[in-house]
Design a protein. Structure first.
Length: 360
């Protein structure tokens, strides 16, 4: 009888690591394929995808109104009107203040770049980094050229028309998501052969739950970043704290990339206003808040909704940006999170579907 071949120590661990790596690559590959498909389709599909995000926030409002006796259609319309009113109020209150400070913010960022360049040019580094200013100047020139091009009447009219059509489509789709979401899901499930309906319904439920948890959680995380860093900037006396906080909030909607970009901007403004010491203090503040976000807020708020390795998040955002620009960067992480969640559930075997309240 032949003896069994001994297994080298660590072989099982290497095998598990390899399987995990291939799983991460698989999630990233499917996410890229989905984003590529979205990039090739019409404005209607893009509007349908974007409408999912506000639907996850407004569904509880519509359900509350229904329980109060409001008809389905009217409850959906009122939920949308409330959301538009809140957004319009916030924008109306903040835009006049923030808009007046945007030129100062751009100037401070440019001065911060000059401070870094002068610091690296001097002792003890003695580096020739004049290219930083050249890059900033080139970027400003490109932005100016883009502004002139966008200012042409025909191009501006086309862009305005596409944006208007997209917004109208998004609100129409959002209305039907809120009013008939369950029926839409059940209609799609009914087209699947009988033996696959339970699994298909489970996939829909898990995708919806993950999307809702991700979007609500990311809004809270972005808000926490903006509040904590904004308070720190005010305490340190850094100018332009309000517009920086607003930018940090919107940057927080794009994991990793947005935080790095807006955090760098805050450091540049502090550097221009208070010199190297102020810049380093703000850098420490930003890094501390990011550590709290990564180790406390995200696990607590997002939980299992986005159990993705940071490398997968970064690669997904990069791929999404290349395929769909800002829209792709925004969609990349939730798409990857949904795919990872579905794959986890498929590997775990059949599970009872969520109750109907979990789906739009």
């Amino acid at each position: 009888m032949e003896s069994e071949t001994p297994v080298a120590p660590g072989t099982h661990r290497l095998w598990r690591l390899g399987r995990s790596a291939w799983s991460l690559l698989g999630v990233l590959g499917v996410a890229v394929a989905v984003l590529f498909a979205i990039s090739q389709v019409s404005l209607l599909v893009v509007a349908a995808v974007l409408a999912l995000f506000p639907a996850t926030l407004l569904r509880p409002v519509a359900d509350f109104l229904r329980r109060a006796g409001v008809p389905d259609a009217l409850a959906s319309i009122l939920a949308i009107v409330v959301a538009i009113g809140v957004i319009a109020g916030v924008i109306g209150a903040m835009v006049p203040v923030v808009a007046d400070q945007i030129p100062d913010l751009a100037e401070s960022a440019s001065e911060g770049v000059d401070e870094i360049e002068a610091w690296l040019d001097g002792e003890p580094f003695g580096l020739e980094v004049g290219g930083l200013s050249d890059l900033v100047a080139a970027a400003q020139e490109q932005l100016g050229s883009a502004g002139e091009y966008a200012g042409q009447a025909a191009e501006a009219a086309m862009v305005a028309f596409e944006v208007l059509v997209g917004l109208v489509l998004m609100f129409v789709v959002l209305f039907f998501y809120l009013k008939d979401g369950k029926r839409l899901r059940d209609g799609i499930v009914s087209t699947v052969p009988e033996r696959g309906r339970a699994r298909t319904r489970q996939v829909f439920d898990q995708a919806w739950a993950t999307l809702g948890a991700y979007f609500r959680g990311q809004l809270l995380v972005a808000l926490a970043d903006a509040v904590f860093i904004g308070i720190g900037l005010l305490i340190l006396g850094v100018p332009l704290a309000l517009p920086l906080s607003v930018l940090i909030f919107f940057g927080g909607l794009f994991p990793i990339v947005g935080a790095v970009t807006t955090g760098t901007l805050a450091v540049l403004v502090a550097l221009a206003d208070g010199g190297l010491t102020a810049g380093l203090i703000v850098l420490g503040l930003v890094l501390a808040v990011q550590q709290i976000e990564s180790n406390v807020l995200e696990p607590l708020i997002l939980g299992r909704a986005i159990s993705l390795h940071p490398l997968v998040v970064l690669l997904a955002i990069t791929a999404g940006s290349l395929l769909l620009g800002i829209l792709g960067a925004f969609l990349a992480v939730p798409v990857a999170a949904i795919i990872a969640r579905i794959l986890d559930d498929v590997r775990a075997g059949p599970a009872p579907p969520l109750d109907d309240g979990a789906v739009a």
